[in-house]
Design a protein around this ligand. Structure first.
Ligand SMILES: [Fe+2]
Ligand SMILES: [Fe+2]
Length: 341
């Protein structure tokens, strides 16, 4: 049967880029996540708006259990159409598909490091979304998947600077809370790999970084919607304590991970919240996270503020450091780390 992708495509009618979740439960999936020439296990849609349409429509581009043709992939790529969609109800199938892709791509030495990092990043982003949106947050299959992806990422990080660089380059900012969580996690894994932490600590630290703002979900469910702003994320004061409580209810979570949620808005001079703790009273993992969180927020930008460059962000943070906001040793290492990437 002929599909829309077999026809001539008018790029003016294809809507991109996608931002967050769309009406009707359509969720954007980067084209780069599809393996050309392989069967897809979920329905793949294209977002289209012809002149006569009052609203964009989602058109089935490749039905599940059909091969996503190489020529379709190349056509979309050459037209610079980077986004396709799947239905939310298919999310488990999408994650299964991406898992299988990762199993093939990660050990393949002919694939470029950027390709591996990108696929891991995108898969983890969907995992975080799935994790945050589920009714039972922290259920063991999700936790297991998140830890496996963190492990995979840390393994790649050990490959060196190329991977660190890719992380900074591929960060996406289309969905504030998930992207922020994931960016802090990946940036954190790159940083602690630079610091020489071992794999077990990295797995736990990565999880804490990924979940540090989880309290926001309970406090402000609207933040998991697509239009949430970073300002809203930053000025919500009780999310550290709520997050700590949520993590404490999950089995097997290490003490430091819970403290990452509780203390990531503490400042070394005692001006932070919720405890107003001085630097020595703040858990070292939370001190590391404080730096990553701040840097990611500055360089991520939002719809109101342009993202700052690494240089600008570090300069702004250095000014804050005059008041001893961050842990001095970690901050100095972080400057070295960013300078190397
Ligand atoms: Fe936070
Ligand atoms: Fe945060």
């Amino acid at each position: 049967m002929k599909q829309i992708l077999d026809l001539e495509l008018k790029t003016s009618k294809i809507i991109a880029p996608a931002i967050g979740e769309e009406k009707g439960g359509y969720i954007p999936l980067p084209l780069r996540n599809l393996a050309p020439g392989e069967m897809v296990t979920f329905d793949v849609y294209l977002k289209v708006k012809a002149k006569k349409d009052p609203e964009p429509r989602f058109v089935l581009a490749c039905p599940k259990n059909e091969v996503f043709k190489e020529e379709w992939f190349q056509k979309l790529k050459s037209l610079e159409i980077q986004w396709l969609y799947y239905l939310q109800e298919d999310e488990d199938r999408v994650l299964g598909y991406l898992d299988r892709s990762l199993e093939k791509v990660l050990p393949d030495e002919t694939r470029k490091p950027e390709e591996k990092v990108t696929l891991l990043y995108d898969t983890t982003l969907i995992t975080v979304r799935n994790f945050f949106c589920s009714e039972e947050i922290g259920a063991s299959p999700q936790m297991f998947r998140a830890l496996r992806l963190i492990d995979g990422m840390f393994d790649l990080m050990k490959g060196g600077v190329d991977f660190h660089k890719s992380i900074l380059e591929i960060r996406r900012h289309d969905h504030v809370l998930y992207n922020h969580s994931l960016n802090v996690c990946f940036l954190g894994l790159a940083f602690i790999s630079f610091l020489g932490w071992d794999a077990q600590k990295a797995q736990d630290f990565g999880l804490g970084a990924m979940l540090h703002d989880i309290g926001l979900i309970q406090l402000k469910p609207e933040l998991v919607q697509k239009n949430a702003t970073r300002t809203a994320v930053r000025t919500t004061d009780s999310h550290p304590a709520v997050g700590y409580k949520m993590l404490s209810a999950m089995p097997g979570i290490r003490r430091e991970v819970k403290y990452m949620a509780l203390q990531h808005h503490e400042n070394g001079d005692g001006s932070g919240h919720p405890g107003g703790l001085k630097i020595n009273a703040i858990d070292p993992w939370a001190r590391v996270l404080r730096i990553l969180d701040h840097y990611e927020t500055l360089t991520g930008g939002n719809s109101h503020k342009r993202p700052k460059s690494s240089k600008e962000a570090l300069k702004e943070m250095a000014a804050l450091q005059e008041k001893n906001i961050f842990d001095l040793n970690y901050f100095m290492s972080f400057i070295k780390f960013i300078g190397k990437t």
